[in-house]
Design a protein around this ligand. Sequence first.
Ligand code: AMP
Length: 218
Amino acid sequence: MKLIILGAPGSGKGTSATVLREEFSLAHISTGDIFRANIKGNTPLGIEAKSYIDKGQLVPDSLTISMVEDRLNQDDCAKGYILDGFPRTIAQAEALDEMLSKKNTGIDAVLSIVVDDEEIKARVAGRRVCEKCGASYNVNFKPTKVENVCDLCGGKVYQRDDDKPETVEARLKTYYKNTQPLIDFYDKKGLIVEGDNNKDSQICIDQIKEGLKAKGLI
Ligand code: AMP
């Protein structure tokens, strides 16, 4: 199964992707995580990407598309995958279509995670992430047992620079301008499966699974 997960920053797409990845043994391709790993490793890609990410802007399509193409060619993607954070522009979506059609394949469904704006701002402001294993917490809704220490691996839990309030506004604007049009793009192809993540992540996952069932994918 080849899936895309779409949603505003802080909508919980990463968390939903993690649940689905485990349940359906999919490779989880998060472009944000790949950029952050490159920033941590101080690679040329990381240095360039950081200048955009810190401003809440998108990393240019040219860099992002080739990075994803390389990733999709790795062996673990053969069993199916979930793309989390890609595509984020119509140009990226068109490039993905082209990449996949060269392999005579295509995306099976696009999961659209729906959360109201105010809720998103509250969630992103409180979000904290483990620098070691990537587990996600929230100081208001899902705190760590010991302050700033990951429950799962004992790693240090921190606030992403781009989760600071001044950057969140810019990221939301970028989302509405560049990424939201993708919902219409994929709706026209009959690929959208919606999950409402305003209240409970389990409700969202259940709705997604119902949608995948209705499409005969699970
Ligand atoms: P995320 O972890 O998905 O919220 O991504 C963090 C940041 O990485 C975004 O705000 C963008 O600056 C950058 N980024 C991630 N994915 C993409 C993409 N597909 N295209 C361009 N920039 C991206």
